[in-house]
Design a protein around this ligand. Structure first.
Ligand code: NAD
Length: 325
């Protein structure tokens, strides 16, 4: 059977590039990446995808109606990662978040509908559920996003579901917890702290460090997305978790140890505005219905991630230097 032609948006970013490289392990795969190459996109993340005969990279914007229309016309399925993804940037200025995450998603959904795309996997986030004082959020929990980023993701997530209910488009939503792994732009907590420590710089810890996040290795996330794409059901939402909740203080302790430093390298900084205290997803549905299991152990995978940053300064130093200018 000929494999579907898959359009991956945001495939030059952190998770999208891992996902694309995983798809391209199949020599018969047919994958087009559409990416605007914002500060977070990096074509090097896709190496060695260029050598694969079924791979094509298109530099373009998901808000560009004509470009999206042309690409979607030649696609059977869409896996949609492209987004403005950093909470702190959304607090500083949220406009790009609404434009890319909401309007860009709607542009893709409209094209998918026009061209009868057979499947649309929308990558959402556990941040749509907002902060949970206790317990876990299942897929039916109310959406209470806190930051402009989370609100824009909730809006796009609901828009995708609306296209299923209104037009019958086969939309599948994933809501995952915090990802970590190689090739993550050094503004998110783990790569930021690691690259600062590897440069001999202190790390900024928000507030008292008691905020709780569940950590999901990007390989496990990629496997979860593939289960949803290939075996999930239309109109369904699937939470994807890692099962490893840590306070930011605990995580910082682990990163300090991996990099050979103590707490003298930590600066306490005022808490982020509207900072969610705790995220926790119940991912029993994807486990029960699609057989999802995590394979990566946090301790080993975190060590491996730190080692990758240590061994790849040529990947992150230009990014941290550009951000400092
Ligand atoms: P990222 O910021 O590393 O990558 C985003 C990619 O999208 C970049 O390559 C960027 O160039 C591209 N992009 C941005 N705006 C675009 C536009 N207008 N048109 C085309 N391309 C555009 O993000 P990530 O961490 O890989 O996240 C991928 C998806 O997963 C996002 O939708 C994000 O909301 C979601 N998510 C991420 C996490 C996480 O922990 N990283 C957790 C939950 C959900």
């Amino acid at each position: 059977m000929t494999p579907p032609r898959i359009l991956v948006t945001g495939g030059a970013g952190f998770i999208g590039s891992h996902y694309t490289r995983a798809l391209l392990r199949d020599p018969a795969a047919r994958v087009t990446v559409l990416d605007a190459l914002t500060y977070a996109g990096n074509r090097d993340n896709l190496q060695p995808a260029g050598a694969h005969q079924g791979f094509r990279f298109v530099h373009g914007d998901i808000r560009d109606v004509a470009a999206v229309d042309r690409l979607v016309a030649g696609s059977d399925q869409i896996v949609h990662f492209a987004a403005e993804s950093h909470v702190d940037r959304s607090i500083a200025d949220g406009r790009d978040f609404t434009e890319t995450n909401v309007v860009g998603t709607q542009t893709l959904l409209d094209a998918a509908r026009r061209h009868g795309v057979e499947r649309f996997v929308h990558i959402s986030t556990d941040e749509v559920y907002g902060s949970l004082p206790s317990g876990t959020a299942s897929e039916t929990a109310p959406l209470r996003p806190s930051s402009p980023y989370a609100a824009s993701k909730a809006a796009s997530d609901l828009m995708a579901l609306a296209y299923h209910r209104t037009y019958g488009l086969d939309v599948r939503i994933t809501r995952c917890s915090n990802n970590y792994g190689t090739h993550q732009y050094p503004e998110k907590l783990i790569p930021r702290f690691v690259t600062r420590l590897l440069s001999g710089r202190t790390v900024p810890l928000f507030g008292d460090g008691s905020h709780v996040r569940d950590w999901l290795h990007v390989d496990d996330h990629v496997r979860g997305i593939e289960l949803v794409r290939t075996q999930g059901a239309p109109g369904e939402i699937y939470n994807i978790g890692g099962g490893t909740a840590l306070t930011n203080k605990e995580l910082t302790g682990r990163l300090l140890e991996s990099c050979g430093y103590g707490w003298e390298m930590v600066d306490r900084v005022p808490d982020r505005r509207g900072h969610d205290q705790r995220y926790a997803v119940d991912y029993g549905k994807i486990r029960a219905e699609l057989g999802y299991r995590t394979a990566r152990d946090l301790t080993t995978a975190l060590e491996e991630t730190v080692r990758w940053y240590r061994e790849h300064p040529h990947w992150w130093k230009p990014l941290t230097e550009a951000a400092a200018r």
